[in-house]
Design a protein around this ligand. Structure first.
Ligand code: FES
Length: 193
């Protein structure tokens, strides 16, 4: 089992983000040769479009990582450096953003990502039995991937349907009012495909 982003909930992530941004400003950026070829032409073109929508390059960093992650499945160290170079920011600064944002994966993840809402309303509405059921069915905890590489299970803040908790998302599919006896059928939609 692997952990895609072991520090996804560490409060220190916020601190690191601020510290590294300050360090980047102080020390300057891009002291090393760029590695733009790591990104490929199509990804660079998509990133260029995102850059055109924001006032400065680094403001496109999350979208740039999403573009690369969509293509590669996760953000390797090589990809991280290439993106940082392309956006004229330091690698440590970009890594802090990736660590803070728990939908950017710095390690390989499973074919399907399960995001289970662990915010207060879903907690009250029965989050714990759903989490327990997912743990039992998949044999993994938050931050882990099943041995067959099918599923990665992650906690997520409010999914925007608090009146229909407990809620979870698998890939792009939202499930509301989830009950423990529905977990098998929900998972089967992704294991049979
Ligand atoms: S608290 Fe779970 S969807 Fe809002």
């Amino acid at each position: 089992m692997t952990s895609p982003n072991p520090s996804y909930k560490e409060e220190i992530g916020v601190h690191n983000l601020v510290v590294n941004m300050a360090a980047g400003i102080k020390n300057g950026f891009n002291h090393n040769a760029p590695h733009f070829e790591e990104l490929g032409e199509a990804m660079r073109s998509a990133i260029d479009h995102e850059i055109s929508l924001v006032p400065y390059k680094k403001a496109a960093c999350i979208e740039a990582m999403k573009i690369v992650q969509k293509e590669r499945g996760w953000i390797s160290d090589e990809s991280l450096k290439a993106i940082a170079d392309y956006l004229e920011m330091s690698t440590s600064e970009l890594d802090s953003v990736a660590t803070f944002y728990n939908l950017i994966f710095r390690k390989p993840v499973g074919e399907h990502i399960i995001l289970l809402c662990d915010s207060i309303t879903c907690w009250v509405m029965g989050y714990q039995p759903i989490y327990q059921s997912l743990q039992n069915k998949l044999g993994i905890e938050f931050g882990q991937t099943t041995a067959d590489n099918q599923f990665t299970l992650l906690p997520n803040a409010c999914l925007g349907c608090c009146d229909h908790g407990p809620a979870l998302i698998i890939d792009n599919d939202l499930y509301r009012d989830v009950k423990t006896n529905e977990i098998d059928n929900i998972l089967a939609k992704y294991t049979s495909s």
